[in-house]
Design a protein around this ligand. Structure first.
Ligand code: NOJ
Length: 534
C-alpha cells in the first residue's frame, strides 16, 4: 500500500527571507502581509511549505537572528493578527508554515538579558553564561566567536564576562538552567497554538556548552574560530535528552516537523541528531560546497543516504540566506540552462528539497561596495569575506521600480539585472526557468516514484552525466543530467530495453534528448526525465 502524502517528507519547502520578499507598507522591508499576498504565486509554483527566517522583534544586529521577544511579531513585519491570517490563508492553499527558532542566543535587548546583566544576584543572572575573570583578569577560556574575536565580552557594570558564539549583541543562553529550557518549550507551545507546522532550529547543536568551560584544543585553521577543535563549546551530549523532550512536544500535535541547522561538522554530524526521538531532519549543506561535477554530487548523495540509513529521510539544499546563491556559483555566464539541471537534481532526489526564494527565477547575488555592507562578519572580514548580504537582495517580481518589491527605498539594493530577470517576465516566457520549475514540480507531484521511490544510479563511466532511476512498484522515472556544455551520449542498455520509455520533460524543449538502441543522447546542459509505466 502506498503511504499517504506527508508534507515534510514528500513535499517541497521554500525558504523566505521575509525582509526581502514583498513589502506592502513601503518601508523598504518585506512584511507578513506581503507574504500573504504572494501565497497564490507560491501555490501555483507548487511548494508545500514555507520556512520564514525570523519575524520576531529584533534590533537587527544579525538581521532577525538576534531576537528580543520570542512570542511577538516585529512591528515592521506586521502583527500577530497578520501572522494568524497568513497561517490561515496558507493552510487553505495546502501550504504549511515553518518558523525559524533562534534559541542558542537572544538579543542583548531581550528583557531576559537586560535583567540578567543588571546585577549578579538578579534571578535571570543564571539564564546566560556569566563567568568571573580569571585571577589576573583574563577571559574564562579560549572560546572564540564565529563572527570574529574572542567569544567572551566583559561587562564592566557587574565585573564578569558573558559568552556569545555570534556577535557580542547575541549573548548565549545558559541551557543548563532548567528555567531556560522551560521558557523555550513555552515558546514552542505558543507558536504551535498559533498553527505553526514546523520549526527550523538555528544552530541547535551549540545550545549546551561543557559544564566546566574547558579550553578547546588547538587545530590548524585560518581564523581564530577555525584554529580550535570545538569539543567543549559545540555538540555536548546534553542536547540529546532535550531533543527527545522537544520531539515529544511536537509529536503531541499531528504532522509537526523540526529541522535543525547543524553548526559545523558536515553531514556526519547531522546524522547523529536525526531520528524518532530526535529531529525529523538536520540540514546537510554538502551541495552548497559541491563543484559542478556529477561524480561529486553522486558521492555526496550516496554518502548521505548511507549515513542516514533506511529510517531517516535526507534533505537537500543548494542555497540559503548565509551562502552565495547556486545561480551565482554555477551559472556565472547568465545562462539558465545549468540551473534547470540543478532544479531537476534537487526535485528528483530521494529527500526533501529546500528551495530559497528567487531560486526558481535564477536570482543571482548582488555585489556591494564596502560601505554598503550590512552583515557583521562581512564588515569585519572585508575583503576576505564580503558577508552574506549578496544572497539576501529583494525578490524580483516585475520590471517596474524596485522590481515590484517595494514602493519605498529597499533595505538592500535590488539586483541590477531585475528588468529582465523577474517573475512577471518569466511567467510569460514558456522557456523560462520559472515555467520549467512549475512543470517539474507538477510532474513530481503526480509521480510518487519521484518522492518515495528507490534511487538507483546508472553507471556513467567518465561521462559528465548523472543518471538515475527512481521507482515505486508500477512506475519508474529515469533522470539524466548533462553537466557539460557538449552533447553526451550515454548507454543505458539495461534500462532502455524496456520498450515504453517516453519523454516526460526536457529542459531543451526545442530538441529534447533522443533514445535509440539503448543510447540516450542529451543536448548541452540538458536535464530530462523519461517515464515508464510498467
Ligand atoms: C545561523 C543563521 O543561519 C545565521 O544567519 C545567523 O547569523 C546565525 N545562525 C546566528 O543566529
Amino acid at each position: 500500500m502506498t503511504e499517504p502524502f506527508l508534507w515534510w517528507r514528500d513535499g517541497i519547502i521554500y525558504q523566505i527571507y521575509p525582509r526581502s520578499f514583498a513589502d506592502t507598507d513601503s518601508d523598504g522591508l518585506g512584511d507578513i502581509p506581503g507574504i500573504t499576498a504572494r501565497l497564490d504565486y507560491l501555490a501555483d509554483l507548487g511548494v508545500d511549505a514555507i520556512w520564514l527566517s525570523p519575524i520576531y522583534p529584533s534590533p537587527d544586529v544579525d538581521f532577525g537572528y538576534d531576537v528580543s521577544d520570542y512570542t511577538a511579531i516585529d512591528p515592521r513585519f506586521g502583527s500577530l493578527d497578520d501572522f494568524d491570517r497568513m497561517v490561515q490563508e496558507a493552510h487553505q492553499r495546502g501550504i504549511r508554515i515553518v518558523l525559524d527558532l533562534v534559541l542558542n542566543h537572544t538579543s542583548d535587548q531581550h528583557p531576559w538579558f537586560k535583567a540578567s546583566r543588571s546585577s549578579r544576584d538578579n534571578p535571570y543572572r543564571d539564564w546566560y553564561l556569566w563567568v568571573a575573570p580569571k585571577p589576573g583578569g583574563g577571559r574564562p577560556n579560549n572560546w572564540q566567536s564565529i563572527f570574529g574575536g574572542p567569544g567572551w565580552e566583559f561587562d564592566p557594570e557587574t565585573g564578569e564576562y558573558y559568552f556569545h558564539m555570534f556577535a557580542k549583541e547575541q549573548p548565549d543562553l545558559n541551557w543548563r538552567n532548567p528555567a531556560v529550557r522551560q521558557a523555550v518549550l513555552d515558546v514552542v507551545r505558543f507558536w504551535l497554538d498559533h498553527g505553526t507546522d514546523g520549526f527550523r532550529l538555528d544552530v541547535f547543536n551549540v545550545y549546551f556548552k561543557h559544564a566546566d568551560l574547558l579550553d578547546n584544543p588547538f587545530a590548524i585553521g585560518l581564523r581564530g574560530f577555525d584554529r580550535q577543535r570545538h569539543i567543549y563549546d559545540i555538540d555536548q551530549p546534553e542536547m540529546m535528552p532535550f531533543l527527545a523532550e522537544l520531539r515529544s512536544l511536537l509529536d503531541s500535535c499531528p504532522e509537526r516537523y523540526m529541522v535543525g541547522e547543524t553548526f559545523t561538522g558536515g553531514y556526519q554530524n547531522a546524522v547523529r541528531y536525526t531520528g524518532a526521538d530526535r529531529l525529523h531532519a538536520a540540514f546537510n549543506f554538502s551541495f552548497t560546497q559541491a563543484r559542478w561535477n556529477p561524480a561529486k554530487f553522486l558521492r555526496e548523495i550516496q554518502s548521505w543516504d548511507r549515513a542516514l540509513g533506511k529510517d531517516n529521510w535526507p534533505n537537500y539544499v543548494l542555497s540559503n540566506h548565509d551562502l552565495p546563491r547556486a545561480a551565482t556559483r554555477f551559472a556565472k555566464d547568465g545562462n539558465d540552462e545549468r540551473l534547470k539541471v540543478a532544479a531537476v537534481l534537487m526535485l528528483t532526489l530521494r529527500g526533501t528539497p529546500f528551495l530559497y526564494y528567487g531560486e526558481e527565477i535564477g536570482m543571482r547575488d548582488i555585489s556591494l561596495r564596502r560601505d554598503q555592507i550590512l552583515d557583521p562578519p562581512g564588515k569585519r572580514y572585508w575583503p576576505f569575506f564580503k558577508g552574506r548580504d549578496g544572497c539576501r537582495s529583494p525578490m524580483q517580481w516585475d520590471p517596474g521600480p524596485n522590481a515590484g518589491f517595494t514602493t519605498g527605498q529597499p533595505w538592500l539594493p535590488v539586483h541590477p539585472g531585475y528588468p529582465s530577470r523577474n517573475v512577471a517576465n518569466q511567467q510569460k516566457d514558456p522557456g523560462s526557468l520559472l515555467n520549467f520549475y512549475r512543470a517539474l514540480i507538477r510532474l513530481r507531484r503526480s509521480h510518487s516514484a519521484l518522492t518515495r521511490g528507490d534511487f538507483r544510479p546508472l553507471p556513467m563511466g567518465s561521462a559528465p552525466v548523472l543518471a538515475y532511476v527512481r521507482s515505486v512498484p508500477g512506475q519508474s522515472i529515469l533522470v539524466a543530467l548533462n553537466f557539460s556544455a557538449q552533447a553526451q551520449t550515454i548507454h543505458i542498455d539495461k534500462e532502455a530495453n524496456r520498450p515504453d520509455w517516453e519523454m516526460y520533460l526536457s529542459s531543451r524543449q526545442d530538441s529534447p534528448a533522443s533514445l535509440q538502441a539503448g543510447c540516450l543522447t542529451l543536448g548541452p546542459d540538458e536535464a530530462c526525465l523519461l517515464g515508464n509505466r510498467m
